[in-house]
Design a protein around this ligand. Structure first.
Ligand code: CAA
Length: 284
């Protein structure tokens, strides 16, 4: 057991909400902070829908579902994080924005056992450098949809203390996840392997090599993947995928990581995948 009873989550988007839901399912008290009200309302509605689906399918008793929602507090006041034991940040993939948040959290939560980032590509050492206790900073990288995917990558920064890594392993297991440990290198384990594959699929489509449906069906029917690469890219978010590819390319300077021109054109045009209603496919 990790002895973490109250967890703070900064960011009420798809990832932050999924992390909050998974932790509350495991019995933790969760405080979700976001400076604006509407994302918090969407987060609450999304979690309630997910719980209703689990209750409807007989996977969760109705009263357990209600108790789960009661364990989550949604707030626009950052001070409400003061009573948590540790924080996971899941905000936009921007090193400066994350850095200044960590600076604030460092000042606000002197007793927090850890300050974690769910970043998929920004160096943990860079985020940690904004704080006065880099030994307590690490990456906790979840996978979407978080309530379904059981992996957590624990990213060990340059200064992360081994006790903090052990605590993160215990916490991951407490919430029913499988932790793997990785060094602080762009892409960690999964995106280092996944992103070149997704970029290759986008290049195939861009160059007219095969139809989007055939690219996706080939990987589903031929390799047993639950989603084809273009559907998965839409699901991850094309803006997010672009940012990860860019950061991998920046780190390794190898062409397989570079976002193809089509991906860039789609992102600047607002086609961000499923969440924006259009990507490689259209969504309602
Ligand atoms: N939130 C909560 N639960 C969800 C959910 C969501 N958003 N979406 C689906 N589920 C649950 C359903 O309730 C259902 O649960 P039960 O089996 O307990 O009833 C289960 O997931 C299966 O759902 P469905 O039957 O509706 O749909 P499906 O069988 O097509 O599965 C999927 C959906 C789980 C998303 C599946 O298609 C899948 O595994 N896709 C691949 C996802 C993947 O690769 N994720 C990693 C992305 S990379 C990443 O996240 C890291 C990064 O840095 C970019």
């Amino acid at each position: 057991m990790s002895e973490i009873e109250r967890l703070g989550v900064v960011g009420a988007g798809f990832m932050g909400s999924g992390i909050a839901e998974s932790c509350a399912r495991a019995g933790l008290e969760v405080v979700v902070f976001e400076p604006e009200g509407p994302p918090l309302e969407r987060s609450r509605a999304g979690i309630e829908r997910s719980i209703a689906r689990a209750v409807g399918r007989g996977k969760l008793a109705e009263e357990d579902g209600e108790a789960l929602v009661d364990r989550i507090t949604w707030t626009t006041e950052i001070e409400d994080l003061q009573r948590v034991d540790g924080v996971v940040e899941a905000i936009i993939e921007d090193a400066r924005v994350k850095g200044s948040l960590f600076k604030k959290l460092d000042a606000l939560l002197p007793d927090a056992r850890f300050l974690a980032s769910n970043t998929s590509s920004i160096p943990i050492a860079e985020i940690a450098s904004w704080t006065r206790r880099p030994e307590r900073v690490l990456g906790l990288h979840f996978f979407s949809p978080v309530p379904v995917m059981s992996l957590v990558e624990i990213v060990v920064g340059y200064d992360t203390h081994e006790d903090v890594v052990a605590l993160a392993e215990d916490l991951s297991r407490d919430i029913g996840k499988h932790p793997v440990i990785t060094k602080d290198r762009s892409g960690f384990i999964v995106n280092f392997l996944l992103v070149p594959y997704l970029m290759a699929a986008i290049r195939m489509f861009q160059d007219g090599f095969a139809a989007r449906e055939d690219i996706d069906e080939a990987m589903k029917q031929g390799c047993g993947h639950p989603m084809g690469p273009l559907t998965l890219a839409d699901f991850i978010g094309l803006d997010v995928l672009y940012a990860i590819g860019d950061s991998l390319y920046e780190e390794f300077k190898q062409p397989e990581y570079a976002p193809p021109p089509l991906l860039k054109r789609m992102v600047v045009s607002g086609a961000h995948g499923r969440k924006s209603g259009r990507g490689f496919y259209d969504y309602d």
